[in-house]
Ligand binder design. Structure first.
Ligand code: GLU
Length: 491
């Protein structure tokens, strides 16, 4: 018999194999990222394979949303396949397994479509009725058009243990007798996940399968399939699960949008920060830093740094994002060149209803970047740069500590005079206003607070002189006059 799957490639080949039955889950994104890191660290090949043979559950929207999520992450892959385009190979291999006597037809109607992913464990352990059908009887019923599923004939009564060394969980072993006769083909002729996945892994010469720990028990079945295909089994590494603070596996049904990659994108995470965060869930680099660039992560990444314990994603109803993710994002925002950050901020300003020029955004970006953690924080932090009218604020904010409305009014009137003639650049504004404070015999803080609130509408705002320089005299002076009017109204 010719070899179905000739010798594997010499450099590592890994695959990410999402099933398009929902959006890109953060757990899947982490699997993708760790596969990518393994491939790139080892100068190997990254394969993207869409596991789309479950026609009832696949949707185009899900395919789109997975690609959208992956594109946002910005990590490239080298080869791309769809299982639905490889059905002929799956069937051919199923037939080869059947021809070797390693599978049997199961005509049981109630279970003919069961792919054994959801069925009760052990239901098919000793499926003697169908397993022991004679070949003649089986052929006769198949020829008569009776529907059947094809099941793997797991060795029975042999004491044989199925073993593999997991790259994360170490030595694994299970008695073949404890593995049920799982389905390879469903009664509609479609391959099950087990069959399609192993055939494609063999055909695409996947050398390392890196996937979620929830697939670890499937691996025993997969070893049997690789053996039946006379293909060398890849190496396996299973990744610890991502869990919620209460220990429950992260799921859309239970936890809602916090498990979707697009939620992070839309809130204004940078992909590099999100990648940094996800990598640290279950992987510890051999250094003592958490903030890592993609290049650093790639250089440091090895599977033996992956931990076995489930990784907790911290979030609450009120705060959907893990504080560590937010902190990392703030760090990555600050590490970005201003032009790049400006470009990333623009859509968030637009979304908030502001339409500043790129020049304006480039000027504002350095002033707010220390003050934002997510890109979406930028619009509320910078609104006063873009609005022609300041939103209403409490005039009491204008009054400096240990001062009163009269003092605030005096400060602003003096500022108005000074600003009428001062050049609007950082240095000139600073020296003019410091001199003004001295002339009024005030501390700088008492001088600057009323001006800051008059210009920005709040006390907590970016550096004053830079802000005024960006806004210019034509915006600042009227705002100062308005503030004086507000104080007058208080009196
Ligand atoms: N399509 C499977 C999933 O999304 C792939 C599992 C695997 O990597 O073998 O869970």
């Amino acid at each position: 018999m010719p070899e179905l799957f000739p010798s594997p490639a010499s450099t590592p080949r890994v695959r990410f194999a999402p099933s398009p039955t929902g959006y890109l889950h953060v757990g899947s994104a982490r699997t993708f990222i760790l596969n990518w890191l393994f491939a790139r660290h080892n100068h190997g090949t990254m394969v993207l394979r869409l596991d789309d043979t479950d026609l009832e559950r696949n949707t185009d929207t899900s395919v789109q949303s997975i690609f959208e999520g992956l594109r946002w992450l910005g990590l490239n892959w080298d080869e791309e396949y769809k299982q639905s385009e490889r059905l002929a190979l799956h069937r051919q291999a199923a037939e080869a397994i059947f021809a070797r006597g390693l599978a049997y037809r199961d005509f049981t109607p109630a279970h003919a479509g069961d792919d054994n992913q959801s069925g009760p464990q052990g239901a098919w352990l000793f499926n003697s009725g169908m397993r022991d059908l004679s070949r003649e009887e089986s052929d006769r019923r198949a020829a008569a058009g009776e529907a059947f599923a094809l099941r793997f004939r797991v060795p029975r009564g042999t004491d044989r243990a199925l073993r593999f060394i997991d790259g994360v969980y170490g030595e694994q072993s299970k008695l073949a007798d404890e593995v049920e006769d799982f389905a390879l083909l469903r009664s509609d002729g479609m391959p099950t996940y087990h069959l399609a996945s192993c055939i494609d892994d063999a055909d695409l010469h996947i050398s390392h399968i890196i996937r979620g720990q929830d697939h670890l028990t499937n691996t025993f079945k997969h070893l049997l399939i690789f053996e039946a295909l006379e293909a060398k089994a890849p190496q396996f590494a299973h990744l610890p699960l991502l869990v919620a603070p209460d220990g429950a596996k992260l799921s859309k049904r239970k936890h809602g949008p916090v498990v979707s990659v697009t939620t992070y994108r839309d809130a204004g995470f940078l992909p590099q920060a999100f990648i940094n965060f996800l990598c640290l869930l279950g992987w510890s680099p051999k250094n003592d830093r958490d903030f890592l660039t993609l290049d650093e992560i790639r250089d440091l990444f090895t599977l033996d740094g992956v931990n076995r314990a489930n990784a907790v994603v911290n979030f609450t109803e009120a705060d959907p994002f893990d504080p560590k993710a937010v902190w990392l994002n703030a760090e990555h925002l600050r590490a970005l060149p201003v032009e790049e950050l400006s470009e990333k901020l623009m859509p968030f300003f637009e979304q908030a209803g502001f339409h500043p020029s790129p020049k304006m955004v480039a000027a504002v970006t350095p002033l707010i970047r220390e003050r934002i953690k997510l890109l979406r924080d930028a619009a509320p932090a910078a609104d006063f740069f873009f609005l022609s009218e300041l939103p209403p604020y409490d005039p009491a904010e204008l009054i400096p500590q240990k001062g009163d409305a009269a003092l605030a009014a005096r400060v602003l009137q003096h500022a108005e005079q000074v600003l009428a003639t001062t050049t609007f650049d950082h240095a000139s504004l600073e020296s003019a206003l410091r001199e003004a404070a001295a002339a009024l015999n005030l501390k700088a803080g008492s001088m600057f607070q009323p001006i800051r609130v008059a210009i920005c509408g709040r006390k907590n705002a970016p550096p004053l002189f830079e802000t005024m320089a960006v806004l210019g005299r034509d915006v600042c002076l009227p705002r100062i006059r308005q503030a004086i009017a507000k104080l007058d109204a208080l009196a």
